[in-house]
Design a protein around this ligand. Structure first.
Ligand code: GDP
Length: 513
């Protein structure tokens, strides 16, 4: 595709490093991403509210650092499987009170396979059980040796909770980036990688990209994966419209006709005819691949019917919030099949669970899984009448665990999320003294002051966190029931009228195999 790229002007400049955070579940990847964003982005930036666009960048004394916002090696590998080398540096989070765990070792393997340098963040140093030396020791078994011990891996002792050590970590990242001499031309047609894409009501396909070379501008004709279109608008991670984006800076673009897969390359082209040719070629190739997959599936089920071997199938219909999580989940599900039980994803896509998903799941006896998305009202009614269970998840690991246990003949999950109450945000009041407060009506169950909450917009989860306050008639209260009005504020997030606040609880169930 070099023909399409304008290589003439090349004002080569240092570019910020792009960092992915990896590590074992619950070791604090999300907390670390949140803490860095909270301490480095919130203050001083216009707008204040940060949006999830798949990546964000922070300014430090030693320069800018960009973080990919989907932690974990599943997303990292899904990107890499498309040939996208989006990450320059991996930050490996290891909880100081838990030490090296299976996914820690996996993350090291993934980073090595990609040739990406690792910086270790020994997290949860604030905890009484923290034992960083044990972590250092355990990591040496994977040949990750701390600089303190004569190796070449920088290790920062941090707490994503208190913020301790985060400045050191950021400095290590910048030093590593300086060693790597990351450079990119600032001028010329932009080229880069799609990090996430989703369909948004009223806005259409919203595609987050990371520019790798050149500068992306409003009005540019962009080819991304199998799709092309003119960039109608560029937005940064604060939801602010911007005119252009240079290397390593994440932006959301509007104007593409569809959602390209995470990891797809994108580039600015000058010639619409060429763009269409390449797009058509890629569409055909994708269609062929899909046909191949369908044929393979048909063959498989034919064998099944012919009684060839004792294979059973676990059918799945899967909907997710963004392409990134979809691809990560598909990749992970793909690896679960055994000789006796095959996992078969009948249908998958991005967006809320619809009536047709329920119908399809019903007719193909599939389990219906939602990852950070909810069923819309019609789908919910349909599922109720069909007596179908829709399962919701917000953690990849949780979903995979459940599918695993479903495979072994039991759908009883270890942790199941129970929705305790839902409130509709009717109006938002702002005051300079108290900040934003949302006037709400509780429409289902009970809203509790001290339980975790999610903010839903168009049946998609856009924020998970907790309440800052819950009030009735200016009194602080602990709970508010269905049919009652209340005022509330969400910690660290500005809700809008039309949003739903969902209060949930994680319930534990015993599991027997
Ligand atoms: P992830 O699964 O790796 O994304 O982990 P999370 O960020 O969700 O963190 C898992 C749990 O550990 C949460 O309950 C966090 O509040 C907690 N946690 C994360 N970092 C720290 C830390 O530095 N100190 C303490 N005490 N708890 C932490």
């Amino acid at each position: 595709l070099q023909y399409a790229v304008d290589e003439r002007s090349s004002n080569i400049q240092t570019r910020p490093p792009v960092v992915t955070i990896m590590g074992h579940v619950d070791h604090g990847k999300t907390s670390l991403l949140d803490k860095i964003r909270e301490t480095k982005v919130a203050n001083g930036e216009a707008g204040g509210i940060t949006q999830h666009i798949g990546a964000y960048h922070v300014k430090t004394d030693r320069g800018v650092i960009t973080f990919l916002d989907t932690p974990g090696h599943a997303a990292f590998s899904a990107m890499r499987s498309r040939g996208a080398q989006a990450t320059d540096i991996v930050v490996l989070v290891v909880a100081a009170d838990d030490g090296m765990m299976p996914q820690t070792a996996e993350a090291i393997d993934h980073a090595r396979a990609a040739g990406t340098p690792i910086i270790v963040a020994i997290n949860k140093m604030d905890k009484p059980g923290a034992d960083p030396d044990r972590v250092l020791n355990e990591l040496t078994t994977k040949e990750v040796v701390s600089e303190e011990w004569g190796g070449d891996t920088p290790m920062a002792r941090i707490s994503a909770k208190t913020g301790e050590g985060i400045e050191d970590l950021l400095e290590f990242i910048s030093l590593q980036a300086e060693l790597m001499e990351l450079e990119a031309p600032l001028d010329g047609a932009a080229q880069g990688v799609v990090i996430e894409s989703r369909l948004e009501k009223g806005r259409g396909p919203v595609v987050s990209v990371l520019v790798k070379k050149g500068t992306l501008k409003q009005g540019d004709l962009v080819l991304a994966g199998e799709h092309y279109g003119k960039v109608r608008a560029l937005t940064d991670e604060h939801g602010q419209r911007i005119k252009s984006a240079g290397p390593s800076i994440p932006v959301e673009i509007l104007g593409l006709p569809e959602t390209p897969a995470a990891g797809s390359e994108f580039l600015v082209v000058t010639d619409e005819k060429k763009a269409r040719e390449v797009a058509d070629f890629r569409t055909n190739r994708e269609r062929e691949r899909q046909l191949e997959r369908q044929n393979a599936m048909r063959l498989e089920s034919m064998f099944d019917q012919m009684g060839q071997g004792d294979v059973s199938f676990l059918n799945i219909v899967l909907k997710t919030d963004v392409r990134g999580s979809l691809e990560a989940l598909l990749a992970a599900l793909n690896e679960l099949s055994t000789d006796e039980v095959k996992v078969r994803v009948i249908s998958s896509g991005v967006g809320p669970i619809s009536e047709s998903d329920v119908t399809l799941a019903e007719s193909s006896e599939a389990v219906l899984l939602g990852f950070n998305v909810r069923a819309d009202a019609t789908a919910r009614r349909k599922a109720d009448t069909a007596n179908m269970d829709i399962r919701y998840y917000s953690v990849i690991y949780g979903l995979i665990d459940d599918v695993k246990s479903a495979m072994s003949g039991m759908l009883a999950p270890e942790h199941r999320e129970k929705i305790l109450g839902v409130a509709d945000v009717r109006e938002v009041f702002r005051s300079s003294k108290f900040g934003a407060a949302a006037g709400c009506m509780v429409v289902e169950g009970t809203i509790y002051r001290n339980k975790p909450i999610r903010v839903l917009r168009d049946d998609q989860v856009i924020f998970t966190g907790q309440l800052q306050s819950l009030r009735r008639y200016k009194e602080d209260v602990n709970e508010v029931r269905t049919g009652m009005e209340c005022g509330l504020a969400v910690r660290g997030y500005d809700v809008e009228a039309g949003d739903k606040i969902e209060v949930f609880e994680i319930q534990e169930f015993a599991r027997t195999i």
